[in-house]
Design a binder for this molecule. Structure first.
Ligand code: HEM
Length: 225
């Protein structure tokens, strides 16, 4: 993927790269999710290992759905630019929950209503368009490769979780996240989506941030019960 991320000169006006527009237009939603009480407590050290495990337990359902529906995009012209084995998190989550809860972890966890809504949304958009599916793919994986790396350092520091419990936030097949993320953003330019599909992508990223925010809210409420 060699497409530059610089603006495209149309001869009359500079066209803003889609990845830049995407980041700008979803910045407020990112800030809201980042500052959700559950997340800021976890990051600030006033959460607990149990909080982290509760989050991973919900991610088990969400990534199972994200990666299950993602399979159908391997043969899609645009979708195949993004679906990548190096990103897949299911085995990592399995390893982490086995570490925390034991090999029978699946029998001990239950999806929260916010998680069920998230999974339903993934099924809905995957049946509809590559752009809206990739919106969810982008939000989770670029987030995990960005803020996720800060989260890994903070939860390790505060709760002394060893690497064996933090596979989810380790990407052994992506030793350098920066060039990977640059290529991912270049692929957003190359995907060939129409203006309407790009708008739908950005709209769906907002929806996805909302789903994450709702999950943090429910986790915060269920953890303080
Ligand atoms: C404590 C929490 C968080 C911190 C400290 C944080 C921090 C960051 C930082 C520093 C970046 C920029 C990285 C770069 O330019 O390469 C970033 C990007 C991103 N974050 Fe977060 N983040 C947090 C939570 C979240 C959450 C909860 C989500 C999603 C639900 C998320 C989704 C994203 C996405 C999709 C990007 C990529 C933006 C882009 O370059 O297009 N982040 N985050």
């Amino acid at each position: 993927m060699n497409a530059p991320l610089a603006s495209v000169d149309t001869g009359t006006a500079e066209v803003e790269p889609f990845a830049v527009r995407l980041r700008t237009q979803t910045q407020a939603a990112h800030t809201r999710a980042e500052n959700a009480g559950f997340m800021s407590n976890l990051m600030g050290g006033s959460g607990s290992i149990d909080d982290y495990v509760a989050l991973m337990s919900q991610y088990a359902f969400i990534y199972e759905a994200l990666e299950r529906v993602g399979e159908s995009f391997r043969s899609d012209a645009a979708g195949s630019l993004f679906v990548n084995d190096a990103l897949l998190r299911r085995d990592a989550i399995n390893a982490d929950l086995t570490y925390f809860l034991g090999p029978q972890w699946r029998e001990t966890i239950t999806a929260l209503p916010a998680t069920e809504a998230y999974v339903r949304r993934l099924d809905t958009v995957a049946a509809r368009s590559s752009a809206e599916y990739v919106a969810h793919h982008y939000l989770r994986y670029l987030g995990d490769l960005s803020g996720g790396q800060i989260i890994r350092v903070m939860v390790q520091r505060h709760y002394e979780i060893p690497d064996e419990g933090l596979n989810f936030l380790q990407f052994p097949l992506i030793p350098k996240p920066k060039p990977f993320k640059d290529n991912y953003r270049a692929a957003l330019e190359e995907a060939g989506w129409s203006a309407e599909e790009r708008d739908a992508f950005i709209g769906e990223v907002d929806v996805a941030y909302g789903l994450n925010f709702d999950l943090f809210t429910e986790l915060g409420a269920s953890r303080s019960e």
